[in-house]
Design a protein around this ligand. Sequence first.
Ligand SMILES: Nc1ncnc2c1ncn2[C@@H]1O[C@H](COP(=O)(O)OP(=O)(O)OP(=O)(O)O)[C@@H](O)[C@H]1O
Ligand SMILES: [Mg+2]
Length: 241
Amino acid sequence: MSQPMYELAQVQKVYDGRTVLNLDQLSIYSGEILALVGPSGAGKSTLLRLLNFLEPASRGSIRFDGQPASPELDLAQRRRVTTVFQRPLLLQRSVRANLRYGPGLRGQPLPEAVEAQWLERLGLTALAGQAAPKLSAGEAQRVALVRALVTQPDVLLLDEPTANLDPANVSIIEAIIQAENQRSGMTVVLVTHNIFQARRIAQRTALLWAGKLIEVAETEQFFNAPGREETAAFVRGDTVY
Ligand SMILES: Nc1ncnc2c1ncn2[C@@H]1O[C@H](COP(=O)(O)OP(=O)(O)OP(=O)(O)O)[C@@H](O)[C@H]1O
Ligand SMILES: [Mg+2]
């Protein structure tokens, strides 16, 4: 395994007196694709909000590339991490304006040829001029993914990136995530309800349950020889959501 990008120790997140996340230890390695699975309400999106510095942990320590991670971390460091949220919020402007926004903010305007390539890869060329609010859910999800990728993040956090997509588009997105991971060594944390997706593209898979990390293992082992009965039950589909 390579260097840890994130190291979490004794991390808790408490909302209104309720502990929704309680992780003893978790390392996320530079360059890996880690899938996070678990029932609804397990704390997956909450964990992503800590990893992208949107919220501080209530207790414990999160280190990002060796530095304490918190909303106060300096902007250049925070910008190394990009998130595609479960319900992506796009600018109420054209698809093209959405793609140009992130690189523009960073003072590195997106070259037109690169923009065209991305639009093509995600099947969005014909929609480049369309206003984002008029996109279908699946189109909006694809725009949110390209918008994240064009900033060339060191870490990409994905919350259910293919929930609204048809099988053909799911394949396209999975292929792009894998290709970008291999090309640039970008670290990917993928929250998914689709265990087949975890199996297809993640090197390691972690099960979160009621805020706790039940098991994290090589994907092959997670699915074929899980160490915990809860993981076996989850993989069999015995879990009640
Ligand atoms: N801002 C908040 N204030 C209070 N409670 C919250 C807040 N955000 C999340 N929670 C609670 O924390 C728990 C974990 O929520 P989270 O969104 O992380 O779950 P999840 O695993 O992403 O679920 P899903 O698969 O349904 O998206 C839930 O019980 C939720 O109601
Ligand atoms: Mg969620």
